[in-house]
Write a protein that binds this ligand. Structure first.
Ligand code: MN
Length: 426
């Protein structure tokens, strides 16, 4: 299914005059306070977030899965789903593939389909947290960290194969997330596991094309509950430094222990030029993979404040690769992703409203109260008219979620694919 521009424009008709009034009102107010509104709206319009191929079906649980029906059963259908999201939101202009779940059969046709949907291929993700069909070696006791050289070699080769697949699609980065770790004290020699991982990553790094980046993701626990080899940003940062200048740390919001100050981690990594990628989601307890901004929107805003500051002040840090990494069991995944994209745009817009010069002046004076006021004035501004304006500029929907419902997209997908079509992946 493909949404026609006319359909989206029709769905906008009802709300466009109210939007105009709301946008003009806010725009006048902000202009009076010295905000360059057209520049801000353009930044929002330019901001693109990759959608992972595994977020389009029901998932996020090791217990029962409850399908929302009409899930994409093939890579082609996953690309079409992201295309629909992008047509409505104009914020989802990239797809991130997971290998081996999404190996293309016809690369030319897949690239063409992506282009027709105005999508590019973002980072490719390797998978050594599951045993692959017909694989000779098992990852039961780890992959890149495994005590056995043969197992490590298989895992290294898989990552090199993934780079090859990504090259044929036009990807420019490889994301490595390792489940390696120990479930019980005494199971691992920590130093051996870390050294093996570092040496394996160096071999993968050596196979990286010149214009590629390697993103090393970290996570404190799960599926191993006693220790994880790459458990935190410091370990990832150390490994990225050991590999070289094309290797970076990747921050996933859900991969922290409760109450970790993620904005400070972001700030430190950008100062050191090592924040390569960023995975959005939200959580209450652990790696919950909930909708972005659904639980801790203020934390998301504070993180965006550091991202905006880093993008403006740290030329040593490359422009980060943005991706949503969420997957759960209850909502229509497309509606969930639209809510996430909206939350990301809102947090970004609010962070852009912070008057950095005024904040620095207040910090110099140690005016703690004013510092908080500056942040919260920005946070309390209803920026939704700016986000809508950015979408309108690019031909998207005023309200993507309501357009998705009124255009009966899910119903059409169920009709096209059948009710019990299941997405491949987790
Ligand atoms: Mn992630």
């Amino acid at each position: 299914m493909k949404l026609k521009k006319e359909h989206i424009q029709d769905s906008n008709k009802k709300g466009v005059s109210i939007h105009g009034e709301e946008f003009d009102f806010l725009s006048n107010q902000l202009t009076k306070h010295g905000v360059d509104v057209p520049k801000l709206v353009q930044k929002l319009a330019d901001f693109q977030v990759a959608i992972p191929s595994w977020a389009l079906g029901a998932g996020g649980t090791r217990f029962g899965r409850f399908s929302f029906y009409g899930e994409p059963a093939s890579l082609e259908q996953k690309i079409e789903d992201v295309g629909l999201l992008h047509a409505l939101t104009k914020t989802a202009g990239a797809i991130s593939l997971h290998i081996p779940w999404d190996i293309p059969e016809d690369y030319g046709a897949i690239r063409q389909l992506a282009t027709a949907n105005e999508l590019i291929f973002d980072a490719v993700n390797s998978n050594t947290f599951q045993d692959q069909k017909n694989a000779e070696q098992s990852y039961r006791y780890g992959s890149l960290s495994n005590r056995s050289k043969v197992v490590r070699e298989q895992a290294i080769q898989h990552n090199i194969d993934v780079i090859g697949i990504g090259e044929k699609l036009g990807s420019k980065s490889l994301t490595v997330w390792l489940a390696d770790g120990a479930n019980f004290p005494g199971q691992h020699n920590f130093q051996t596991a870390l050294l093996n991982t570092e040496n394996s990553l160096k071999e993968i790094y050596a196979a990286l094309p010149d214009d590629w980046k390697l993103f090393i993701e970290y996570k404190p626990y799960e599926p191993n509950f006693y220790s994880t080899v790459i458990q935190d940003w410091g370990t990832s940062f150390m490994l990225a430094n050991a590999c070289g200048e094309k290797a970076y740390t990747l921050v996933d919001l859900g991969h922290h222990l409760p109450n970790t100050n993620i904005e400070q981690i972001v700030s430190t990594l950008m100062l050191k030029g090592k924040l390569g990628g960023f995975h959005f989601n939200d959580s209450k307890y652990g790696d919950d993979d909930s909708t972005v901004g659904s639980v801790k929107p203020y934390a998301l805003f504070l993180i965006f404040n550091e991202l905006v500051y880093g993008m403006e002040h740290n030329p040593q840090n490359p422009y980060p690769a943005w991706m949503i990494d969420a997957s759960h069991n209850i909502k229509d995944p497309m509606e969930d992703l639209m809510q996430s994209l909206e939350a990301i745009q809102e947090a970004y817009a609010k962070a852009l409203l912070i008057d950095q010069a005024e904040l620095m002046a207040a910090q110099r004076e140690n005016d703690v109260v004013l510092c908080q006021e500056i942040l919260q004035n920005a946070y309390r501004t209803d920026v939704r008219p700016l986000v809508r304006q950015a979408r309108l500029l690019k031909g998207g929907a005023l309200n993507p979620l309501m357009a998705y419902r009124s255009l009966q997209v899910r119903e059409a997908l169920i009709k096209e694919r059948g009710k019990h079509s299941i997405a491949t992946g987790l």
